[in-house]
Design a protein around this ligand. Structure first.
Ligand SMILES: *Cc1c(COP(=O)(O)O)cnc(C)c1O
Length: 392
């Protein structure tokens, strides 16, 4: 197995050496004052990455899925109604989690490849005169289809309907890579994990709660123990945890936040856009459309690329892995077999991206797809050389 190639899956992402070293530390006593020197900067860093002044930040030993559960179980009661669009595998899984928690989900079925239909949300919220809907769930970046939704527009729809529901946003594959504005968008709960924009191994669920979400905790009746943010928050006051924290990962999180903030969030987002534009130039040269239905919803962290009818895209991914030792993302759910995905988030350069595009072309040629070797590479090279990266 070659570990020298970068991965092109949309998480877990490539781990830079300095972050790997930050995670690899000797055991410390997590009840000693040393732990506070990791915990507090990590919390402050996450808050800044979310663009929030005073969100309560909670970090659990878990993954993004645990973050969904944290959001729901701390603020809602059995039978509560929530509103969500289903436009890909991740929004589907969050809906499933809600249903298994005994919530009623008003599902807006949305074509995979499209973003959250904010106008439809506004109609539904305006019609909900009794304010039965307690929360609106929004998957900012549908990792299955490479579709970014407009969270500002969802907030606008809620305000236009004068609806008091909370806004919960899954930012697992956007936070730390694409612009995310917790305060400006009026987000009540943001959810992410460690292994995507933060460039860490999997193992942390990272959530931010607004004052309104914090206020909902007292009346919420869904059972919670491990994910109870009240226990977590009380412990943080003593620089401690209600149980054993994942200390190494949290030290890595502190370092990752420092790195993102030192680069400058706007520069981080611009870097992701540039890298993504190179990949998109390559897909145009290949004549293969993105699953994303329009330019305005194209994700800067992952591209889902449609393969020709009759071609099983799963073969692309397995051939790339076995022949070239390079990982691409498979199609999930409705688009299984129909798309492969190039993850382009986290620690990535133009040069690394070009290697992924070149590998994708070799795979397509091997499998008989009508692609001229070098066509996508040349298109991306042309984009990268005429739009050079900022060097500090
Ligand atoms: C990866 C991902 C998740 C799931 O996170 P896990 O860390 O695998 O539990 C949820 N939502 C989105 C949008 C994701 O990309």
């Amino acid at each position: 197995m070659s570990m020298q190639n970068p991965v092109f899956i949309p998480g877990p992402t490539n781990i830079p050496e300095y972050i790997r070293k930050a995670c690899d530390m000797p055991t410390i006593d997590h009840r000693s004052p040393l732990f506070g020197q990791i915990l507090q900067p990590a919390i402050a860093g996450v808050r800044r990455v979310l663009k929030s002044e005073n969100a309560d930040i909670f970090i659990f030993p878990s993954t993004g899925t645990g973050g969904w559960e944290t959001a729901v179980s701390n603020t809602l009661s059995p039978g509560d109604k929530v509103l969500a669009a289903r436009n890909g595998m991740f929004s589907h899984r969050w809906i499933d989690l809600c249903q298994r928690h005994g919530l009623q989900v008003e599902i807006v079925e949305t074509t995979w490849g499209e973003g959250i239909p904010a106008a439809r949300f506004e109609e539904i919220l305006a019609a909900d005169k009794g304010h039965q809907i307690k929360a609106v769930l929004a998957t900012h970046n549908e990792t299955a289809t490479g579709v970014r939704s407009d969270i500002g527009a969802v907030r606008h729809a809620m305000d236009a309907a004068a609806h008091p529901a909370m806004l919960f946003v899954d930012g697992v594959s956007s936070i730390g890579s694409m612009d995310f504005q917790f305060d400006n968008w009026g987000v009540d709960i943001a959810v992410t994990g460690s292994q995507k924009g933060f460039m860490l191994p999997a193992g942390l669920a990272i959530v931010g709660f607004s004052p309104k979400a914090m206020a909902a905790i007292g009346t919420a009746k869904l059972p919670r123990t491990f994910f109870d943010v009240r226990d977590m928050g009380k412990s943080y006051e003593r620089n401690a945890y209600p149980y054993t924290p994942a200390v190494g990962l949290m030290n890595g999180l502190k370092v990752a936040c420092d790195a993102l903030l030192a680069e400058g969030l706007e520069n981080v987002f611009a870097r992701h856009y540039r890298i993504a534009e190179g990949v998109r130039a390559a897909t145009r040269a290949w004549g293969m459309p993105l699953a994303a239905a329009s330019v305005d919803v194209q994700s800067d962290t992952v591209s889902a690329i449609r393969t020709p009818d009759g071609f099983d895209s799963g073969k692309f991914v397995s051939h790339a892995a076995t022949t070239y030792g390079v990982a691409f993302g498979v199609g999930l759910g409705e688009v299984a077999g129909k798309v492969f995905r190039i993850g382009h988030l986290g620690s990535l350069t133009d040069v690394m991206t070009l290697s992924g595009i070149a590998t994708a072309e070799m795979v397509m040629a091997d499998l008989g797809l009508p692609v001229k070797l070098g066509a996508g590479v040349a298109a991306a090279q042309e984009y990268y050389r005429t739009n050079p990266a900022k060097r500090s």
